[in-house]
Design a protein around this ligand. Structure first.
Ligand code: MIG
Length: 809
């Protein structure tokens, strides 16, 4: 017993049941089983040096081992471990972690190899099987370590650090949610813990309604539990937060690369119609030269909200319209909801009923619930046949009409409350049946994965009907691992400064919870932002992987020009900057898709041993080398912020920053505080109005001085299609080495893709003195002076395939 626990905290709920002492143990394949006197069984599987799975059964009988979260490509390596029986415990030792299991009560303690306790059970596994409540609850409680902090859990809107808070995961349509609202749309039962500078992660892979308490109920206890299913969790040892993040994505799946256009700017509203209105908007973007890649059609394009149909009055010739928009450089993304209108004259409904594709109530009849179209049926996406069927429904829309991307909404699932619907929650009845891919269950188990499986079926629809293209899907609800199929947005937020901050936190949090391709409704969905708020939001979202303005449309307009010409001009500059850093963003996405590294990173991920970073929420990094701090107040002439220890330059002046302190930074309306890491190589493009507008966009290699060494990468490929899978990519690895009077940049190239440029413009930043001499592969080149805004620098052009640049002063 840990002496820090106060007696009273250990008082046990009489309904709770516990393991008795371990009676036997055995090893089968790579699994170790510990069986207690009352049949309670713990199964431990050492998947990797730093990754251990724990599974408990109260009866000794485990459920079929099936999870939607785990990527089929995940490869455990089952390392050799030392297993020992001690007097009062069993012990595993991997090269990185020690795991102790108490004989008396099955409690688990995880330590690092130096013996520091990382994570230790308090009561450990226990459960309630309560007939009066009507269900089984599986519970785990752990000791909260001294000064421990917690992060993760998907789209929660409150503080980044979750200590002293309590959360529920149960996908909910949370219109106009706030910082304290819970649950929200996404269900990602994965969190990080960090204490003594050591980080670990826990993924509670259980899709029932689950709950997490980080020292709120009892100050020294962290617990998680679920209203059913198994106590089944994965432990990841860091010690770096970043390593935990990468391991979680290793387990739950890396997304493929999106089409490059999906990383451009998107414009959306509920709803743009008819066709002439859509064109008015797209024309205005081109007229004003504000870059934009995608335009969205919300539910009103459909015929009476029937999915996979068109309202022929509003959109008489969708194929022609989409082709014309494409000519202009716009991709069209349309909404598809799960609710299928009950209407015997509607082909999707007929077909679905005939083929038995829809969810049924516990006693057999089809589930009927009202949403936009009135009464609807709902596909059971947890069945392979249904996903395949759903994928085929996209044929006309994708293969024939040419729609480029699909937006899945209302998939928590959300329904409207109607008089004849007796459940108080705005979702399916608990008794609704699901196939769960051969593991039949009720909605209690399938609720939290419904949106994920819908977006999966949609992803398959895009693959099926446009196999040459990389799919683009966006979803509102998802579960752990949903990043394999879809991007996401943070739902129905509000046009307020508070919500700009919430969006910032949510995007960071979702990104470290596995789904990097995330953004918010820029400007706010509900209510009308001021021009200033809209601008500040745009300026922040430039650095979010998914970048889209969306609004509910029941107030004024929300396009970049809706707030007057001055704001339009400032928005234009911000969006132009997005297009300039596209190669950097794409490289960051590539790193995410190959290594699982989150694209957005809270400050704690940069320097986790510095306590200050653990509580910062507004500053964040996009990729390795850009650090941003949005302006989140009106009429700000600057703001207070913090830079972690390191070499950082002010992006707009190239001035070296003092770090590891809080400071005031001035900022105009035309920029937000942005910093770049010393030694970084930032690949940039000239501005384009949309991805692919210029066949050979001028490409810049921005190099930032460092007295030391640093590596960077620049990844590029066709930006669409799958050539990159067979070598048609270009990866440039850079190594920058700086001394007091020189800087060298080495480049090594992998892949066969011929970058669509002959030359690079190499731009030198923050050299301590002007370079006098520059040599590229031994040949002298002439440096030119250049100026941009408040920055002055030297630059030169060189062939893109150089091996080494040497600068001296
Ligand atoms: O009940 O399709 O979050 O983005 O514009 C509202 C209409 C349904 C909610 C989504 C929002 C979308 C809206 N939808």
């Amino acid at each position: 017993m840990n002496e820090f626990i106060k007696e009273e905290t250990m008082i046990r709920n009489p309904k709770e049941k516990y393991p008795l002492p371990i009676a036997s143990h055995r090893k089968e394949d790579n699994k170790f089983y510990f069986v207690c006197e009352n049949e309670v069984t713990l199964c431990v599987e050492i998947l990797k040096d730093q990754m251990i799975r724990f599974r408990y059964s109260a009866t000794g009988i485990f459920q079929n081992d099936f999870s939607y979260a785990i990527d089929e490509k995940f490869q455990p390596d089952h390392p050799e471990v030392e297993f020992k029986e001690k007097e009062d415990h069993f012990r595993f030792t991997t090269p990185r972690v020690i795991c102790r299991i108490n004989k008396q009560d099955l409690r688990v303690t995880l330590l690092d190899r130096s013996g520091t306790v990382i994570c230790e059970d308090e009561k450990g596994f226990h459960w309630e099987n309560d007939d009066t409540y009507g269900g089984e609850i599986v519970q785990m409680s752990k000791l909260l370590q001294s000064q421990e902090n917690f992060y993760g859990l998907g789209d929660k809107a409150g503080k980044l650090s979750m200590r002293k808070s309590r959360f529920t995961l149960w996908g909910t349509d949370s219109y106009g949610y706030g910082a304290d609202s819970d649950p929200l749309y996404k269900n990602i039962p994965f969190y990080y813990g960090i204490h003594k500078g050591i980080a670990y992660g826990i993924f509670f892979d259980n899709s029932f309604r689950s709950h997490f308490d980080f020292g709120k109920e009892r100050a020294n206890v962290t617990s998680f539990w679920a209203d059913g299913g198994e106590m089944n969790y994965y432990f990841f040892y860091g010690p770096d937060l970043m390593s935990v993040a990468e391991q979680f994505v290793d387990l739950t799946g890396k997304p493929e690369l999106p089409p490059l256009w999906a990383l451009g700017y998107h414009q959306c509203k509920w709803s743009y119609y008819p066709e002439s209105k859509v064109k008015e908007v797209t024309d205005e973007f081109r007229r004003r030269q504000i870059p934009c890649d995608a335009i969205y059609l919300d539910i009103d394009y459909m015929d009476g909200f029937r999915c996979f149909t068109w309202d022929k009055e509003k959109f008489p010739t969708p194929k022609k319209m989409i082709a014309e928009l494409e000519e202009q450089g716009f991709k069209t993304v349309v909404m598809i909801d799960p609710g299928i209108k009950v209407d015997k004259n509607y082909w999707v409904c007929q077909d679905g009923v005939e083929k038995n594709m829809f969810c049924r109530r516990g006693d057999g009849p089809l589930l009927v619930a009202p949403v936009w179209p009135g009464d609807c049926y709902f596909p059971d996406y947890t069945k392979a046949d249904v996903r395949e069927w759903w994928a085929t429904l996209y044929r006309e829309m994708i293969a024939e009409t040419g729609v480029h991307g699909v937006w899945n909404d209302m998939n928590e699932p959300a329904i409207f409350l109607a008089d004849n619907f007796t459940q108080s929650e705005k979702t399916f009845y608990n008794d609704v049946r699901h196939d769960y891919d051969g593991n039949p269950c009720s909605h209690r188990k399938a609720h939290n994965i419904y949106g994920m499986q819908m977006s999966r079926a949609t992803y398959e629809g895009l693959k099926l009907n446009a196999p040459q293209n990389r799919p683009f899907v966006i979803t509102r609800s998802t579960y752990a691992g949903g990043q394999r199929y879809s991007s996401g947005w943070t739902g129905d937020n509000v046009a307020s400064w508070e919500h700009l901050k919430i969006a910032n936190r949510q995007c960071q949090r979702v990104a470290i919870s596995g789904m990097s391709f995330i953004g918010s409704d820029v400007g706010g969905f509900i209510d009308q932002p001021s021009g200033e708020l809209y601008l500040r939001w745009v300026q922040m979202a430039v650095f979010h992987p998914f970048f889209r303005t969306h609004s509910s449309g029941d107030h004024g307009e929300q396009e970049p020009w809706s707030f007057g010409d001055d704001i339009a001009e400032l928005c234009r500059r911000a969006i132009e900057f997005r297009y300039r850093i596209l190669p950097y963003i794409y490289t960051t996405f590539w790193q995410h898709s190959t290594k699982g590294t989150p694209m957005l990173r809270p400050l704690s991920f940069l320097n986790q041993t510095d306590k200050e970073t653990l509580h910062r929420m507004e500053e964040f990094c996009l990729g390795d080398d850009l650090l941003v701090c949005p302006i989140s107040q009106p009429q700000a002439e600057g703001r207070w912020m913090f830079l972690p220890k390191g070499d950082w330059y002010h992006f707009w002046t190239d001035k070296k920053m003092e770090t590891n302190l809080e400071f005031w930074i001035e900022t105009g309306l035309d920029e937000i505080p942005l910093f770049v890491r010393g030694g970084a190589v930032i690949p940039m493009y000239e501005v384009q109005q949309y991805v692919g507008e210029k066949e050979n966009p001028q490409t810049f290699i921005h190099i930032y001085y460092l007295n030391g060494e640093k590596e960077s990468q620049f990844y590029m490929d066709e930006g669409q299609g799958y050539g990159y899978e067979s070598g048609d990519f270009s990866l440039r690895n850079y190594k920058v080495v700086g001394t007091e009077n020189s800087l060298t940049i080495q480049q090594s190239i992998e892949g066969d893709f011929d970058l669509k440029t002959k030359d690079f413009t190499v731009v030198l930043h923050a050299l301590p003195e002007k370079a006098k001499a520059a040599k590229v592969d031994g040949k002298s080149v002439k440096l030119k002076k250049a100026k941009e805004g408040r920055r002055e620098f030297q630059q030169f052009n060189t062939g893109k395939d150089f091996g080494e640049i040497v600068l001296e002063w």
